[in-house]
Design a protein around this ligand. Structure first.
Ligand SMILES: Cc1cc2nc3c(=O)[nH]c(=O)nc-3n(C[C@H](O)[C@H](O)[C@H](O)COP(=O)(O)OP(=O)(O)OC[C@H]3O[C@@H](n4cnc5c(N)ncnc54)[C@H](O)[C@@H]3O)c2cc1C
Length: 508
């Protein structure tokens, strides 16, 4: 069992104020752009302590935010308005809760904690994100997807229950457990945490995972089994050989394959492909593919996939695929990401979900911007991740995550170090993204091609009329028809709007 060390469990909260040497460490997100100046940070280690800190903040009228893993892509946790930060990073236990027949995961557990613990002790996995240091606290509430999702759905598709510290209309704090059981009177609170996003309804102090339809109480049978190994392929496509025609063919092939195989009964569920479009000042464009090595036809699936994606591109060097034990691969991903591990990095991100591959005019815009010579930042990427599969087996209204007919998830990234470059790179991303979606007002509105944005990759620009010139409001991009349900949950569980940020669910 992972654990809060015995000397930590039960200890009083650690209160860190500006006079403390640890303060600077605890008032900033993983993205160095987001720094707060709260009166205090409370490092807590139990639900009772969370409730006490929230109650004190509400009683004193203090603005409070919650940090689990610190990976928020916006300033929702660390910004100048925040007076109290509740830091849950020490609440990181992962264990089997026999009473519920489900795995309990505390919000401060990082994804690598979760993968390692579930695997080492029980050989099971949750289909969550691929970045090791993301915290369960924010990640799960927003949906959670990664390399296992085409096979097993989103993390929230296995969410059985959630424990949340909430504040009622009178300002009194209480702790509620809400489950997906249909007769649970608190079911709407569970539902709100299946894609509604963090920082909206209360403080999650525990998640429980058990797959729908799981039978029995054996921990090894209540979640998907971990893959034995992964068949791994990386194909590099250098920019000097990348004509507009070749680039277009690659994106058309990639888009068409994923559209054809987005359904939950696709024979290619075991294949997860990612296409990382770099700027030409960076390295080559990369086609990264993982295939579940336990699939009896893994090699054939990979071969057929690569043949389809690379068709018509002319000669391409294809290094031999490698088999890597699954957990070793997860760990390697954790350690290899030197750029993302740099604590001085500043970044800007934008997301889009796609139902179909990018049409020609979008491909043109990708090519134009990625070959621009007035910018030379090798960290610029747009990654296109294969989506759908078992994610699309769930009805859009069954969970708060509404995007259940998508084929690709896109993420725009630009990183830099110098605060003086903030304006330049934020503008770059705005211009690039706005141009790709120019025909729909600068944002990927839900239609037959695009399907909005992913709340775990939030971008406050989509609520700003300068950048969202469509008639589609920001909440439709993130939640589509599920927004009224989320507002109803907000009214019931956070009627004083204690938990809020720049894109939080609004009270009715
Ligand atoms: C480098 C990187 C890689 C990523 N990779 C993936 C990926 O592979 N797949 C994917 O789906 N997403 C990915 N994400 C997005 C990630 O899922 C979100 O950023 C997620 O919200 C981070 O959660 P956190 O707890 O680490 O962040 P935090 O910054 O601590 O929290 C994020 C938000 O949730 C709120 N929150 C946090 N904890 C709680 C809680 N206990 N109760 C209530 N609200 C809470 C915060 O107040 C904030 O609004 C990635 C992000 C980064 C920066």
């Amino acid at each position: 069992m992972n654990g809060v060390p015995a000397e930590v469990a039960g200890r009083e909260p650690v209160v860190v104020t500006a006079a403390d040497a640890r303060y600077g460490e605890l008032v900033r997100g993983v993205n160095a752009r987001y720094v707060g100046s709260p009166e205090a940070v409370y490092l807590v280690n139990s639900t009772t302590q969370v409730a006490e800190v929230v109650q004190a903040a509400v009683t004193r009228g203090k603005r409070l935010t919650v940090r689990s893993g610190g990976h928020c892509l916006e300033d929702f946790v660390f910004n100048p308005d925040v007076q109290v930060v509740l830091d849950l990073s020490e609440m990181n236990r992962v264990y089997f809760d026999a009473a519920r027949g489900a795995f309990a995961v505390e919000p401060g557990a990082t994804l690598i904690d979760v993968y390692e613990l579930l695997d080492t002790a029980w050989g099971v996995a949750i289909p969550a994100g691929s970045f090791y240091s993301v915290g369960a606290g924010g990640h799960v509430a927003g949906g959670g997807f990664g390399f296992l999702s085409r096979m097993h759905g989103l993390a929230v598709d296995h969410l059985h229950a959630v424990e949340v510290v909430v504040v009622d209309a009178a300002g009194a704090v209480r702790t509620v457990v809400a489950s997906r059981e249909h007769d649970d009177p608190h079911r709407d609170l569970w539902w709100a945490h299946t894609g509604g996003g963090g920082g909206n309804f209360g403080v999650v102090t525990r998640y429980w995972f058990r797959s729908p339809g799981a039978v029995g109480q054996d921990p090894r049978s209540v979640l998907p089994r971990r893959p034995t190994d992964m068949l791994l392929s990386t194909v590099s496509l250098p920019w000097p050989e990348m004509t507009r025609q070749r680039f277009g063919r690659l994106l058309e092939n990639f888009g068409a394959f994923h559209e054809k195989h987005k359904d939950p009964d696709s024979p290619y569920l075991a294949v997860t492909g990612g296409l990382v479009l770099t700027h030409r000042s960076g390295g080559p464009i990369r086609l990264d593919t993982q295939v579940d090595g336990g699939h009896p036809e893994a090699d054939r699936l990979l071969e057929a996939y690569l043949a389809e994606i690379l068709e018509g591109l002319g000669p391409v060097v294809r290094p031999r695929a490698r088999r890597v034990p699954w957990l070793a691969l997860v760990r390697q991903h954790a350690r290899a990401n030197s750029a993302q591990n740099d604590p001085t990095l500043r970044g800007d991100f934008k997301s889009a979900l796609m139902r179909a591959g990018p049409p020609d005019h979008q491909i043109n815009t990708f090519y134009r911007h990625l070959t621009r010579v007035d910018i030379d930042n090798p960290t610029i990427t747009v990654s296109l991740a294969g989506f759908g599969g078992r994610i699309n087996a769930v009805r859009p209204e069954a969970t708060a995550f509404a995007h259940r007919d998508c084929s690709l998830a896109l993420l725009w990234t630009v990183l830099w170090h110098d605060p003086a470059d903030d304006g330049r790179y934020v503008d770059w991303n705005r211009e690039f993204y706005g141009a790709v979606y120019a025909e729909t007002g600068g944002v990927p509105v839900p239609n037959s091609v695009t399907d909005g944005c992913y709340i775990n990759d939030p971008d406050a620009d989509v609520a700003d009329p300068r950048f969202n010139r469509s008639v589609t409001p920001w909440h439709e991009l993130y939640y589509k028809d599920n927004y009224p349900g989320l507002r109803a949950a907000k009214a019931r569980w956070d009627p004083r709007n204690v938990f809020r940020h720049r894109l939080s669910v609004q009270l009715p």
